[in-house]
Design a protein around this ligand. Structure first.
Ligand SMILES: [Zn+2]
Ligand SMILES: [Zn+2]
Length: 469
């Protein structure tokens, strides 16, 4: 928490992380309801409804996907889907409810709120809620929240002037992390689920797990029996491309190198475009409802993801082929790393800090797992619980003291989970911490019930805004 410890540098009268302001939990936190218990009940109810709406469609889609498999026990699947949905819903609901319970307990124990109170409250409440969730989901949640916490810490450092953001830094970050990913991928050293995802995207011709080429050629001929005319046209084009250039012995793919890269370009441009159109569905519906042709055109002519997918796979394949040709033999890990670096710059077409940070966080996770497997690092049981709680501590600190440094989509999610009560904190009381707590809601002063406002400092602030009788 280096960033937190430097909060004192902001100004001479600025409070630090271990300084405190006098106020009660009602005056500062649940300003919309003077009853602590009433707030818990209300928040539990609203968070449960919101969390159920988040998880029910996800588990339902997962169940529908599993139903496709022939030997699925339908009764068992239905039961596990309901139980898992309820368990995840309860985890998320309690995440929102525990935080209020712990904040009230903090206020009652200390009689004041310190600069680190948001972090401590977030850490404890997130620990109490993550242990409700299934063990198999904890790692994934920990990675997601660690990624978010890193982004928040970065924004906090930028807003305090400790760090100057590098122009297009997220692209360099993605390209550098891709060096390790592609080196591991070509050496078949990624965790098995990730290896199979990359094999589906980049093709298993590039990995060490080669199949016998004849087998592949046979299967591709068999698969060509039921193809659509559009696919036939593409195949015709690619077959002609196949006659352009050649394939060096060190390349394991069946086609010529040109066809091998061109195939990727066509396939992944189409897939990327399809996904982008699906992602733009809201804009498309809006455009159709309003008969807005220019918005409709913009939504359908959005090629960002198509270009990103296309460049990522094509550059990766082309550079690997080029290196194999130039050297006359394959060196999977080394060539994979070089190709990964250059293909990583495809993120220029789809720059995303979230994606780049996720790539880095996941890579750190892979490094740690490998280090534990080779006994270079000791094994910490429940490390995912620790990381989740620590990261959520940072997220909750930011949500109270500096919500402007949280990713907007996650802030919307937090607001929804709290029943849209998170913006109603009396953040003007936190101004003395110098974190620009009121930046997002500069004019908000709660309508507190004078009967329960007992702290003179809070009464003064209310009076200065004409809200004290
Ligand atoms: Zn309370
Ligand atoms: Zn090749």
């Amino acid at each position: 928490m280096v960033v937190l410890s430097k909060m004192t540098d902001v100004g001479a009268n600025t409070l630090g992380p271990f300084d405190a302001i006098d106020c009660t939990c009602y005056e500062m936190c649940h300003t919309w309801n003077s009853s602590c218990m009433g707030t818990y009940v209300d928040t539990f109810h609203k968070a449960f409804v919101y969390a159920f709406k988040v998880y029910a469609p996800l588990y339902l889609l997962n169940a529908l996907w599993k139903l496709q498999k022939k030997r699925t026990d339908k009764k068992r699947l239905a039961r596990s889907t309901i139980l898992q949905t309820l368990r995840s819903t309860l985890f998320l609901t309690m995440n929102g409810t525990w935080v209020l319970m712990v904040v009230c307990a903090y206020g009652k124990i200390f009689g004041k709120f310190h600069g680190v109170s948001g972090f401590i409250v977030g850490l404890i409440s997130s620990f109490l809620s993550i242990i409700i969730e299934r063990k198999s989901r904890r790692g994934l949640l920990a990675i997601y929240i660690t990624n978010l916490a890193l982004e928040i810490l970065f924004k906090m450092s930028v807003s305090r002037g400790y760090v100057t953001p590098i122009n297009r830094g997220e692209i360099y970050l993605f390209a550098l992390s891709n060096v390790a990913y592609m080196s591991y991928f070509r050496g078949s050293n990624l965790p098995s689920y990730l290896q199979s995802v990359f094999e589906k995207v980049l093709g298993n011709d590039e990995t060490k797990t080669y199949k016998i080429r004849e087998e592949r050629e046979h299967s591709s001929v068999a698969g060509n029996k039921f193809i659509f005319s559009l696919k036939k046209m593409c195949s015709y084009l690619l077959n002609n491309l196949n006659s352009i250039g050649s394939r060096p012995p060190s390349c394991c793919h069946g086609d010529s190198c040109v066809a091998y890269s061109a195939r990727a370009a066509i396939k992944f441009f189409s897939i990327g475009y399809g996904i982008q159109v699906l992602m733009n569905y809201r804009r498309i519906f809006q455009a159709l409802l309003r008969s807005n042709l220019s918005l409709l055109g913009k939504s359908f002519l959005d090629f960002r993801l198509a270009k990103f997918f296309c460049a990522y796979v094509t550059v990766f394949r082309a550079i690997n082929c080029f290196l194999r040709r130039a050297v006359g033999q394959d060196n999977p890990e080394f060539f994979g790393g070089i190709a990964g670096f250059f293909s990583g710059f495809s993120a220029l077409f789809y720059p995303s800090t979230t994606l780049s940070l996720y790539a880095v966080t996941k890579l750190l996770d892979i490094f740690c797992m490998k280090a534990v497997a080779t006994k270079r690092l000791p094994f910490f049981p429940n490390f995912d619980v620790f990381m989740y709680s620590l990261s959520m501590g940072i997220v909750y600190h930011a949500s109270i003291f500096e919500p402007h440094n949280i990713r907007p989509s996650y802030w919307s999610f937090m607001k929804g989970l709290s029943g849209y009560k998170f913006p109603l904190l009396f953040r003007k009381l936190l101004d003395r911490f110098g974190t620009e707590a009121t930046k997002m809601y500069p004019n908000f002063v709660p309508d507190l019930d004078p009967k329960y406002v007992i702290t003179p400092e809070v009464q003064q602030v209310l009076a200065s805004h004409g809200k004290w009788p």
